[in-house]
Design a protein around this ligand. Structure first.
Ligand code: FEO
Ligand code: CA
Ligand code: CA
Ligand code: CA
Length: 600
């Protein structure tokens, strides 16, 4: 039956209990396996993973570290291409005795560069269930590694801008590598959009850039000096030293498009989509066929953005469609509450109209070569988007760390994970960010005017205010709080085909492991949050992805064992390989043993 069509939902599994176990815990009746691990050979000639003898040459041909966004492109029923982001490296868990970038060997630094980026890998169905495995034999023509050293190109209005020119690229059109690719999305023409998030941490000497650039450096929190926590990529590639190459940092922080079906294609950094700590890149079509991309900027007090293409998507007209992301309008969101400010007392108590809700507008920042921000050129708006959003007339709304964004395929509602913001003070609460010192985060729903993603006004509400349900400041869409799972720090979100919202968490502030949750968003069970799985010690839950046939849930288990003081000589996790092994970030798949719809 169609999910929720009778006012209920098809979600029936028994919720997993919060725990601190060093394993992937799944509901009764389900099975799981690891699809691909950090270090697994994926390119021809790649050696088997050998923790104590890792090399950059091996890492360039092996699956990278810290898997984040996961998406799957079917190639028939039993074979598919899987794309996975490799967000960042944790050298203190990758190398014995690691004491920082200043003392690392150059080979270790090169391993770090190679372990970033992303992977395209071929996977195949195992048996008749929802299990999938890495293809390890025969020709794998699509397998590919993208790293911090892969040649790329800029397109869109800021390509070739003076702000993007460096000694190595005097035309400002050919950046090298991508960094901190967090969440992402896909395009209707079958490519990946992967998002460069916290690129600020890879550079050194940001305090030594020309004076005119310093306000922008500060606005993006780029690393000053050469702190011991820095990876010191500059020791093997001078471009990461901003004292010598101040514009290099402007070449990161973009949405990158990668064609998984063309292993020889050059990844594209799309300047029309702006530059910030990009998280989501969710595409949908406006009613008139224009392409819309929803994007978050994951920082405390940062903004939510969307891009609307100038031209329309034309099914099958590939050459035309692939230009859509190069010309359009970039907007930033302003949220206005409909309840009196006096009713937002910071306790989380709902206002008298019973909802944190209101209306909002998308404010244009730049459209092609036209800037809507006083004192900034169009290219400046695209390269220094945060500063542009700060200055936009009438103001934009500073949010509690906008992470992933997804559009519900059934209702059309746009859901945003706001993971937390412990820096918000009582004086800074607003109806869209109603809790001071917000430890547990919330989920925001945007309903565009006429349900048209191309519109510039919308209604919004908070269906979920996270935390321990016994905490009076939580809200589960009015559902009975004695029945729901505790949930903290929503990060990545996805929908299944029935329109149920799947929420993964990062940084669970309730003291137990992170996990994956399901919440129906309509019908009698709207707000009924149930925990579907927990990840091992120290990990966050990324991905997630429910397959189109709803037989498989893919999750990226990122940074298992990343806890204070952990090291290869004192690991806090042994997942997934068990006793005597080191933790390895991996993509896992979960399916119902009897072949039922996942969650059903
Ligand atoms: Fe990489 Fe905002 O999580
Ligand atoms: Ca209200
Ligand atoms: Ca994330
Ligand atoms: Ca995260």
């Amino acid at each position: 039956s169609g999910g929720g069509s009778g006012g209920g939902s098809d979600i029936r599994f028994t919720a997993v209990q919060p725990n601190k176990d060093d394993k992937l815990t799944i509901p009764d009746g389900y099975q799981s396996s690891v699809v691909v691990r950090w270090g697994d050979p994926v390119l021809p000639g790649a050696p088997e993973f050998d923790f104590d003898n890792q090399s950059a040459d091996a890492q360039n041909k092996q699956f990278g570290y810290n898997c984040d966004y996961v998406t799957v492109f079917p190639m028939g029923r039993d074979r598919a291409l899987m794309w996975v982001n490799h967000e960042y490296t944790d050298e203190s868990l990758m190398f014995r005795g690691y004491t920082g970038g200043a003392t690392a060997t150059e080979e270790q630094i090169r391993i770090g560069l190679a372990a970033h980026g992303g992977s395209v890998v071929e996977i195949e169905r195992a048996g008749r269930t929802g299990e999938w495995k890495l293809v390890t034999k025969g020709r794998r023509r699509y397998n590919r590694r993208i790293t911090a050293q892969t040649k790329m190109k800029f397109t869109g209005p800021a390509a070739g801008s003076d702000l993007l020119k460096t000694a190595a690229d005097p035309r400002g059109t050919t950046p090298v590598g991508m960094l901190n690719n967090c969440s992402g999305g896909t395009t209707p023409w079958g490519t990946v959009l992967t998002t460069e998030e916290n690129f600020n941490q890879y550079f050194v000497n940001a305090d030594k850039v020309p004076e005119a650039q310093k306000p922008y450096i500060t606005r993006y929190s780029i690393t000053t000096g050469t702190p011991s926590s820095s990876r010191r990529f500059d020791r093997v590639e001078e471009r990461f030293d901003l004292a010598k190459h101040p514009n290099e940092v402007n070449r990161f922080g973009w949405i990158v498009e990668i064609d998984p079906f063309d292993p020889d294609s050059t990844p594209i950094k799309h300047t029309a989509l702006g530059r910030f700590a990009h998280e989501a890149a969710t595409t949908t079509l406006a009613r008139d066929g224009r392409l819309v991309v929803y994007m978050g900027d994951d920082g405390r007090f940062e903004y939510i953005y969307k891009f609307v293409s100038k031209d329309r998507y034309i099914p099958g007209f590939d050459r035309h469609n692939r230009g859509l992301l190069d010309e359009g309008t970039l907007y930033v969101a302003k949220f206005t509450g409909d309840s009196p400010a006096a009713e937002l007392d910071g306790t989380g108590k709902l206002p008298s109209d019973g909802q944190f809700d209101g209306y909002g507008e998308w404010k244009p920042l730049v459209s092609g070569d036209r800037s809507f921000v006083a004192g900034m050129t169009a290219q400046e708006v695209l390269v220094y988007t945060r500063s542009a959003a700060d200055k936009v007339e009438g103001g934009a709304t500073k949010m509690d760390r906008p992470e992933d964004i997804e559009r519900n395929p059934v209702t059309g509602g746009v859901y945003v994970a706001l993971t937390n913001n412990t820096n918000r003070t009582a004086a800074q609460v607003d109806e869209a960010n109603p809790r001071p010192s917000n430890k547990h985060g919330h989920v925001l729903e945007i309903v565009e005017r006429r349900d048209d993603a191309g519109e510039t006004t919308f209604a919004w509400s908070l269906p979920l205010v996270c935390g321990d349900p016994n905490d009076a400041s939580t809200y589960f869409a009015g559902f009975d709080k004695t029945k729901v799972s505790p949930i903290s720090c929503p990060d990545n979100v996805t929908f299944d085909k029935d329109g149920n919202l799947w929420i993964s968490t990062d940084g669970n502030a309730l003291g137990t492991n992170d996990g994956l949750f399901v919440m129906p968003v309509r019908g009698r069970e709207r707000g009924y949050v149930r925990q579907f799985l927990t990840v091992p010690v120290g990990a966050e839950t990324c991905g997630p992805l429910v397959s189109d046939d709803q037989r498989s849930v893919f999750v990226a288990v990122q940074h298992p064992g990343e806890t204070d003081g952990a090291s290869p000589d004192a690991p806090s996790s042994r997942w997934p390989d068990g006793e005597g092994s080191q933790p390895r970030p991996s993509v896992a798949v979960v399916w119902h043993a009897g072949g039922k719809k996942v969650g059903g």
